[in-house]
Design a protein around this ligand. Sequence first.
Ligand SMILES: Cc1cc2nc3c(=O)[nH]c(=O)nc-3n(C[C@H](O)[C@H](O)[C@H](O)COP(=O)(O)OP(=O)(O)OC[C@H]3O[C@@H](n4cnc5c(N)ncnc54)[C@H](O)[C@@H]3O)c2cc1C
Length: 387
Amino acid sequence: MNRGFDTYQLAEEHEALRAAVRSLSEKEIAPHAAEVDEQSRFPIEAKKALVKAGFHAAHIPEDYAGEGADSIATCIVIEEVARVCASSSLIPAVNKLGTMPILLGASDELKRTVLPSVANGEAMVSYALSEREAGSDTASMRTRARLDGDHWVLNGTKCWITNAGESSWYTVMAVTDPDAARKADGISAFLVHADDPGFEVGAKERKLGIKGSPTCEIHFSDCAIPENRIIGEPGTGLRTALRALDHTRPTIGAQAVGIAQGALDAAVAYVRERRQFGRPVSDFQGVQFMLADMAMSIEAARHMVYVAAARAERGEDDLVFVSAAAKCFASDVAMRVTTDAVQLFGGAGYTTDFPVERMMRDAKITQIYEGTNQIQRMVMAKSLLRG
Ligand SMILES: Cc1cc2nc3c(=O)[nH]c(=O)nc-3n(C[C@H](O)[C@H](O)[C@H](O)COP(=O)(O)OP(=O)(O)OC[C@H]3O[C@@H](n4cnc5c(N)ncnc54)[C@H](O)[C@@H]3O)c2cc1C
């Protein structure tokens, strides 16, 4: 046997990281997950624990005072936190989403302004692309930014912004050239700080799941920011924002895998204990086949997510297909697995006495955000047909 054969095997450091995040999540995050959901409150205990351990934004490179975790390591952190609390997993996930356009396109000066404060846990970053009338059709956004002397002045409203109000920085895409021949070429990306004049966070959405992660509108009313807060060149913002998604869709896949694993683990424990017809329900083949299907699809999803993350880490050119596929497949798996987990708990699964109903509600968002799964399928088909 060739024990040194390491294809399809994570590095020892990855497995050690998984053990560390799992232990922290079970001890310090899981005990608060139900209450966070019930009270729709930000998981402050999780934030403190993640910051203390350096898991809140582990992807920030060492050059910017971060941990320098690779893309698979970042997925493992998100997966293991999501296994116990999907809302809490949005702390590392959205820190990656918000900073990815900066890492891909910002000047070194701007990176140094923002990234160290995210790395040390003082600040979080949100990503603001969507608008009420520009969801899937991102290029139709209406938020405007115009240069006035040495300041950009922003006006408009972004919606559905995850962790709004908790974040200090916002990566905001806005139209700078409304006359551009292609709408996408008239959009630029900016960094806005919560203290900038004219910036305001709106009311919290009342949601089906991920209730511990605030989702709000953010408003810009003549919001003036220094000229050097633009990310890259004018007109490159939408491309940078979409390129960022190629790197972060695997992290949503990881979140989905984690939620699904949490539901499977809970279901396995329950069916072993629950007795009907004089024996544990786990004795019934109908139940066993469900468990096998759940575990099989989670395993497949996990592999797709890690492969997509590894390809992103290697800086491969065309991540579009693989990252859309990983997010789409894993989130569909999460929805199916969590629904089956509720089924395996019977009536108990339908109550808040057990975590699986929360996991089912939390899983749904992974099919919607960072592009709905219809949009992922469009992206994959486009990539196939391009040849
Ligand atoms: C909880 C939550 C958190 C979010 N966080 C963020 C965030 O942090 N930052 C951010 O910028 N955005 C965020 N979003 C926004 C999210 O990315 C959008 O909701 C999503 O992209 C879909 O846009 P929409 O809601 O406008 O749906 P629509 O675009 O209106 O879509 C409605 C339906 O039509 C389908 N559809 C649309 N176009 C097509 C097409 N061409 N072909 C086939 N079907 C199509 C969609 O799949 C969907 O089923 C968040 C959303 C939610 C709910």
